[in-house]
Write a protein that binds this ligand. Structure first.
Ligand code: DON
Length: 564
């Protein structure tokens, strides 16, 4: 196994100082990667026009809302992790959706007190108040250089002129066909004549183009107040939802300190609550560090990763939720002392059983939705953004006259303690539905800084996001290039169900035999999963590298600044 980071450390602090001293202050150009070629092109257009990474993030987010409607959108939300090169500041822009004020803890249960999954997944009751429009305005006003009329222009063009239907989109339209058919406005856009569109035919979204133009002209009031807000509330309520004008008016983007930690000379910056990503990653990385996982034979490293994940996902279920509404023992969960307890409980001869730990759950819904993109500009500003409307096409409900597909983020709450959501995740009162609460997320946009390199990482994939990002971090520490980081077969454990899900090739035959012998239950994931994007800046060598996951249709781009 390669251990370049360890080797670097062995050379010692002097080496570190030398490398950082010599390292270029700025990247030799810009690089980005996103889940759709048209969104990558939109970001590049804005960077070429003099925009910074934050302007490009607005353009990419808005373009993805148009051309990847299955994954994210103006009716959804997300986390934009930013690094400002001039100040060195890292911040997480939390544009997560918020439960409407009429939401109650039992709203997704029937009279018998059973959770009814369709209520939190399909139609407007499943939709929380969107955060993406406010987040894009916030990014533009506080961090960008160009006006929204410029940064939203590529998305407006794509919405008005149309984009060709690709195979991925077609497959997901087929998967959500019935629910989309129940929303006349959604069906008009995505199911012409009530059927699936022809591959290559154009999808035009004039209402969405108009909505984006209103946002460009009026800022947040273009969505959260005035005629658009009235249309949204009327459309939601007429179809059985519970939104009120005041819910839109009171929605605010939050700026949060990311979860940041340093271990063995590597700095990791990741999403903080209401995402569980950074907390889980910090706890797991501490356990891996205490057990010297990077130096163990491959099968033992995987054993340690799985065991660390088992406890971290248990703790996620037990403790984590919206930081503005629940007290979370984050310091304890991410402390070295606690990691030591976990490390001590791991036996490299024998798998533990999740049932022997503490609380409850089942099944993971298949499907590709949510999206991630990574950007670095020539000044060194960075964005890692993971955005979502949750399941494919969100709630599959489009508000008439707005072009906006609403999210079904309410399913990320715990509808009932111990009952799993669409991703098989359980929760407790820490993540109960409640007015104004933000549902717990797994989205984990992440920066990794080694002495040599900066990596900007992330992916969709529901509960598997955190393990994919973890494996991406470990690949980065192994010195892998961007293509390897996004391509390598993956494995996953989330405490319950007590099984390791893997892609073909994630384990060698010998590793499968050893892990099975030790008592792990290994199950094929059935299909490839995730849609990872990695951008790497090697400061020591002044090079840029980027890659989009081959499992998706995304593209990456590296453009070097011409020499003067
Ligand atoms: O915030 C979350 O954790 C989920 N709503 C993300 C959903 C997702 O990644 C679906 N992707 N396959």
């Amino acid at each position: 196994m390669r251990h370049p980071v360890r080797l670097n450390l062995a050379v010692g602090l002097l080496w570190l100082v030398a490398v950082v001293g010599q390292a270029a202050e700025h990247p030799p150009g810009y690089a980005l990667s996103s889940a759709h070629p048209a969104a990558t092109a939109a970001g590049a257009e804005i960077l070429e026009a003099g925009g910074n990474a934050f302007d490009a993030a607005v353009a990419v987010s808005a373009a993805l809302a148009v051309v990847e409607p299955t994954g994210s959108g103006m009716g959804g939300g997300g986390f934009w992790l930013l690094h400002q090169a001039d100040s060195g500041r890292d911040v997480m822009v939390d544009g997560r959706e918020e439960a409407p004020s009429a939401a109650t803890a039992t709203m997704f249960q029937n009279d018998a007190g059973e959770a009814v999954s369709s209520l939190s997944r399909d139609g407007p009751l499943a939709a929380a108040i969107p955060g993406q429009p406010a987040a894009l305005v916030h990014l533009a006003e506080k961090y960008g250089r160009l006006p929204l009329s410029r940064t939203l222009a590529p998305a407006i063009r794509l919405a008005r002129d149309g984009f060709p239907v690709d195979g991925h989109l077609l497959a997901r339209l087929a998967y959500r066909f019935q629910t989309l058919s129940r929303s006349p406005a959604a069906a008009r856009v995505f199911l012409p004549g009530g059927s699936l569109p022809e591959p290559g035919s154009l999808i035009r979204q004039p209402d969405l183009a108009a909505m984006l133009e209103l946002l460009a002209a009026k800022g947040r009031d273009g969505f959260y107040a005035g005629p658009m807000a009235q249309r949204l509330v009327r459309g939601v309520r007429e179809a059985g939802g519970i939104w009120q004008l005041q819910d839109l008016a009171s929605y605010r983007v939050r700026e949060r300190a990311p979860i940041t930690f340093e271990l063995n000379g590597v700095r990791v910056v990741s999403a903080s609550p209401p995402s569980s990503g950074g907390v889980v990653l910090k706890q797991v990385m501490r356990v891996l560090s205490l057990t010297d996982a990077m130096e163990q034979p491959s099968v033992d490293r995987k054993h340690l990763v799985i065991e660390a994940l088992r406890t971290a996902y248990r703790d996620r279920a037990a403790w984590l939720g919206d930081p503005d509404h629940v007290d979370m023992p984050i310091d304890r969960l991410t402390s070295e002392a606690y990691a030591r307890e976990i490390a001590d409980a791991i036996d490299l001869e024998q798998a533990r059983k999740s049932d022997d730990l503490v609380p409850p759950q089942t099944l993971i819904e298949e499907g590709e939705h949510t999206t991630h993109f990574s950007i670095i500009d020539a000044e060194g500003n960075r964005v890692a953004a993971t955005l979502t409307i949750t399941l494919s096409f969100g709630s599959a409900f489009m508000v008439p006259g707005t072009g906006i597909l609403l999210n079904d983020e309410m399913d990320d709450f715990s509808a009932k303690p111990g009952v799993p959501n669409a991703f098989g995740l359980i929760g407790t009162s820490a993540n109960a539905v409640g007015p104004g609460r933000r549902p717990l997320s797994s989205m984990s946009p992440t920066f990794v800084e080694t002495p040599e390199r900066v990596a900007i990482l992330g992916t969709p994939g529901g509960s598997r996001i955190i393990t994919m990002v973890l494996l991406g971090i470990l690949e980065t520490l192994d010195g892998s290039d961007a293509t390897t980081i996004v391509s390598r077969p993956r494995y996953h454990h989330q405490y319950l169900p007590d099984a390791v899900y893997y892609e073909p090739g994630a384990f060698s035959d010998e590793e499968m035999a050893t892990l099975t012998e030790r008592g792990f239950v290994l199950k094929s994931a059935g299909r490839e999963y995730g849609n990872f994007h990695a951008v790497l800046w090697n400061r020591a060598q002044a090079t840029l590298d980027a890659a989009a996951d081959p499992r998706g249709i995304g593209t990456s781009r590296v453009e070097l600044t011409p020499d003067d």
